[in-house]
Design a protein around this ligand. Sequence first.
Ligand code: UNU
Ligand code: FES
Ligand code: FE
Length: 449
Amino acid sequence: MLDIKLLVDVKNGTQAKKIFYDDELYQLELERIFGRCWLFLTHDSLIPKLGDFVTGYMGEDEVLIVRQPDGSVKAFLNHCMHRGARLCNAEAGNARGFTCSYHGWAYGMDGALKAVPFEQELYKGCLEKHKLGLREIRVESYHGFIYGCFDASAPSLYDYLGDMRWYMDIWMEATGGAELIGPPARSLLNCNWKTPSENFVGDAYHVGWTHAASLAALGGELSVLAGNKVLPPEGAGLQITTRHGHGLGILFNAGPGIIGEEAGAACRAWYAENRPKVAEKLGALRAKYYGSHFNSTIFPNNSYLWGTNTFKVWAPRGPHQIEVFTWGIVEKNMPEDLKRLVTSGMIRSFGTAGMFEADDSDNMESMTHLNRGTQIRKGTLNSQMGMGTEIEDPDHPGIISHSAVGETSYRGFYRAYQEFLSANNWDELRANDETWKDEILGAKAGGQK
Ligand code: UNU
Ligand code: FES
Ligand code: FE
């Protein structure tokens, strides 16, 4: 039997290595994390018109997301209620309804079962069509970013994001909204879904080392870090963790560091031009952060880099593989030329064949597959960097550490991970709303088992 408490040692900043490998644990993650959390689906800008749809994943469940006649968005499990074949096989499109390719049952865009071939002749009135609509999933959005949740008792998306919104608003609200550039690129990586989630939630440590060659090649502010020749100085950034395991790192003045010199320069000019407006709207502190480099994960598997303008879902495909969905992010008001420059810079760095993406994936795959070894699998992972530097700060929601490089948000991520796996329902999770911070603030490294 799995003992969840032994998997994550919050007080000591360590995790069991088998969290990247274990099959039984993976099934529990699907139920207790992917079955309960808000999971990213798509953005308003990708399904603007009535009947526009995209398909995607929530955990391993395939879902269908459709713009309704009243402008709202509905999401359904993408399977036919007859014999369970996939209902919509397209990744995106525009449709008035969906007809199963197996026997031809036909559903409206609202999910209702509308027509069944030869219904009168073959079922003779016994089919309760009104009970055979598609299974609908809870959908909510924040600044046009659409998320789904399987758990009716989960908090609203707004509350689930919580303090994290203060940081997300810096780019989602700054100049009139952000939008995603799609369709998403899709690629397979042979790694556990948590290896990229933890990397994006808080790893500024690997940047100068893992990405040394790519940084040197692409230039920009972050290239000074190449080869670990310098450490971002004290006060050069922030580490943040918030309720439910979300987190981010900010590198001030690093800005659009790795999208190439031309795109970087154009972005810096855009940020400088718009900073006064951001100050008016969001205050001086957030105006300072506007244009910094953000690395972030929205728990459990939705990550983004702002400044490198990539937005990701690490969709699990078993414990040892993921499908990566990659969108570009831009501000809606950017001129078309700038949007194009930013997106092509993102594709060169963090696209499917991007230089940084390739650098990272070697690490993520080895972190996962080395655990084939039964001895390696028994070991622990270390995330003790910066323990004891965490504070609550009236100016910054959540828990922060005034260090550019640290593992504060790793520890927040895995504290939440353990909490989701241990809790039986959202009521038990809500009971920790007032106490979760103490576990992070009180932690002190005491050696590694
Ligand atoms: O590779 C990353 N996740 C990253 C890149 C993080 C911070 C700055 C640049
Ligand atoms: Fe971090 Fe080896 S130095 S995994
Ligand atoms: Fe990286």
